[in-house]
Design a protein around this ligand. Sequence first.
Ligand code: M6R
Length: 614
Amino acid sequence: MCGIVGYIGDGNVYDVLVKGLHRLEYRGYDSAGIALVAPDGRLNLYKAKGKVSNLEDYCRDKDLRAKAGIAHTRWATHGEPSDSNAHPHFSQDGRIALVHNGTIENYKLLKDALKQHGCTFHSETDTEVLVQLIEYIKINNDCSLLDAVREALKQVVGAYAIAVIERDHPDTIIAARKSSPLVIGIGDKETFLASDATPIVEYTKNVVYLKDGEVAVIKRDEPLKLVDLENKDCDIDIRTLEMSISQLEKGGYPHFMLKEIFEQPNTLRDCIRGRVVDDGKRILINGILDNKEKFLNAKRIVIVACGTSWHAGLLGKYLLQDMTRIPVEVEYASEFRYSNPVLDDRDIVIAISQSGETADTLAAVEIARKQGAFVYGVSNVVGSSIPRETDSGTYIHVGPEIGVASTKAFTGQVMVLTMLAAAIGQLRGTLAPEQVAELGKYIIRIPDLVTKVLGLAPQIEHLSLIYTYARNFLYLGRGYSYPVALEGALKLKEISYIHAEGYPAAEMKHGPIAIIDAEMPSVIIAPNDHLYEKIVNNVQQVKSREGSIIAIVTEGDKEIRELADHVLEVPAVPECLTPIITSIPLQLLSYYIAINKRKNVDMPRNLAKSVTVE
Ligand code: M6R
């Protein structure tokens, strides 16, 4: 939630910051703002409600000369989206500006105290408290900006990634983090900071991922310095970014979402590479090989995640139980953290998160570790918080996912969970070598089969025209297709704003069947698996209530073809791999319906890619 950028150097400060904001816009787009220290010593502040492009329009006739600057794109939590609530926020005397990603939980307390000292507030945000507090400490203690920031942060309860700039010291930016991400890019006589590496990668590959409790002192012409809140020096660990700039561009596609859907053959290839070896006969997952005892002795697996990652987690349950015979529970991280969970050192907690920054999932990780469970992360963003806070883990390696609606990350997560399940099954002997080899053979073929499924795009585009104005949708599936139904419904909801519900197909007769009529399309995921005959019954039940049916079936299907209004045929794969194949037509269906409705698929209303607040 919210993206922050900062820059000091001889480049065009405004351009670097605005380009950076565009890259971070997936984190929030309620308002944007920028603070620039001009060569004449003024601190210019420009803000605009809405997207970064609004800020650019607003800035057209403004003084954009600058030696350094900080900028922000907001996802509103405290206070409505408005110019006054937009960051950066200013101190009373206008000399200090600050941008923030996170939540200051004790802001009311601090605000009341500052008001008693004569502070006037100009916004409803929690953030403004921080800049006023920094100024108050600085004036009353006659100290440096660094010392004031450190002291202020000691008083703060909550999560923050901040960047602070001061009119009187235009060659310095102070930045700090706790529970919200912050990356510093070290270039040649220039330094960048941002909520993730995407605004930095085109300038430098050398980055430092700030750790919780660290404060960065970024100065023109001086090496980066890191201290803790007590002003003790911290080590600087410079890493090399593996990201490339082409991964951050649309590459000829009209939207990131469509690009990411079509990238899936390649992203799945990257995800599998080096993990399925000897022509599929062996599955090698380092996180499992390095922790064999944990997986051999595990008595239970608990999966925690949110949103689409939770749907992948639900599939993880089916996969892990089938292949390892270890009991698996799947929890929404946001519920798990407050459910007084009971865990011990024979429990394995798997935290799934594309961004690696989701606040609820991160909190679940902390709780699980405190209780002694072995915590395993499945993440996409390298260097993000969840991979850092977990005992071990596996990256899905699908490259940056920019579209707010998750697509390639979902199939990457499911693929990693499939390989994890097979690797644990291999280790515990619950999967015979021939079973591993049979599965491995198909896993290797998945990228090509996904290419084939993507060939359905024109048919799905056409189909989408028939259903664009439906007001409700039901998505039904059984077994491995049930989480796919949930995911299909979520995709449609989040980008087209059509109400959609995912349901286990057999549960329909216990209630939802009452809402089926000629106005209610049902999307039924019905590959040829061991529940096929059962779902044929469910299709008949919908049909006899005049509901129209779009069915995802296996090539050559006959029975459902007779009943459904439209069928989309996908290639045959083993049952446990069907979710990767069947989820792709659903991604395309929601994309085309949203496009027909002229919705902004990459930045749907009210959403942000990375939910770093509770
Ligand atoms: O980064 P995470 O995987 O932890 O994010 C979890 C959810 O916020 C995310 O999957 C969300 O549901 C997506 N918008 C779904 O498309």
